[in-house]
Design a binder for this molecule. Sequence first.
Ligand code: ATP
Ligand code: MG
Ligand code: FE
Length: 347
Amino acid sequence: MLVLGLETSCDETGIALYDTERGLLAHRVYSQIAVHAEYGGVVPELASRDHVRKGLPLIREVMDEANLSLKDLDGIAYTSGPGLVGALLVGACLGRSLAWSLDIPAVGVHHMEGHLLAPMLEEDVPDFPFIALLVSGGHTQLVKVEGIGQYELLGESLDDAAGEAFDKAAKMMGLPYPGGPALSKLADEGDAQRFKFPRPMTDRPGLDFSFSGLKTFTRTTILDCAVDGVLAEQDKKDIAAGFQAAVVDTLAIKCKRAMKQTGVNRLIIAGGVGANRMLREQLRITAEQLKGKVYYPRPALCTDNGAMIAYAGAQRLNAGETSDIAVKCVPRWPMTDLQPLGKVLSQ
Ligand code: ATP
Ligand code: MG
Ligand code: FE
């Protein structure tokens, strides 16, 4: 089954072609970073307009790259939530109309289910059940995954998401938006021990997270170090290293706890922060300590992309699920509302 996947939930237009027999055939991601950079964050209206502008040309590019035509498609998957409603509607309208004109089924995909299943696009695929650490710009969650659509939420952030904390700390340090990758690069040259960042909520039981305290600690450390409002380069690197180590340690402690608590020793990491090298390395060690294994997608499939939507949509379409002709997007949508594969045949 050949499926076209469309991702437009935020500030990346991701388009991909996935075939259930042949795997990922082509994918393209257009990032709107330059559009939003001068505002320091995503401007929803501008995001929607840019998805409108880039959708069709990118679809043409992936079809050309795979040497296929629209007539070859068996189904279309689009992100139907959660995300910015205007941005979601662009992809949903595009996908639904294209499917209608081609007389093929379309299905709306949950963005976080897409992230969660992205490791399945790699060679080494985990068996169910596994524990998923979802760490992105809007989510930090630990989920026990029994199968596609069978998700038990074990814990989540009570305030900022891990990616959001990275971005906010980076902004305080004067790094360009989105700051996560830039902060992580600086951290490579810093001394993580110099400033004693806390490991929030690790000294009490439970699997929830809180990252707002790290933001405050970053702010006060910057104020302590800055001379006439300016931070020395080495201070910046050491603050970045201390911050990153605190986030990574905190996530690793909770992952270990989740694996011990459930007795499941397979762990997957997904979402943009999953691209972080230190996090990947530390979780590899954590899983090994429990005689388990960690799985993650290549960095390009950690951040938003169409491949994960094409993959998740292909599984649901293959099980006979389709979305109604009326376009419906769900900006706020808990992943635990999803049903096991094939249970809801029409939405
Ligand atoms: P959500 O998926 O929750 O709706 P989103 O789609 O905006 O949010 P993603 O695209 O999955 O989030 O991830 C983007 C986030 O990942 C940003 O916060 C970014 O700073 C962070 N990020 C990307 N690469 C790295 C890295 N190497 N280190 C730390 N953070 C990173
Ligand atoms: Mg993004
Ligand atoms: Fe995302």
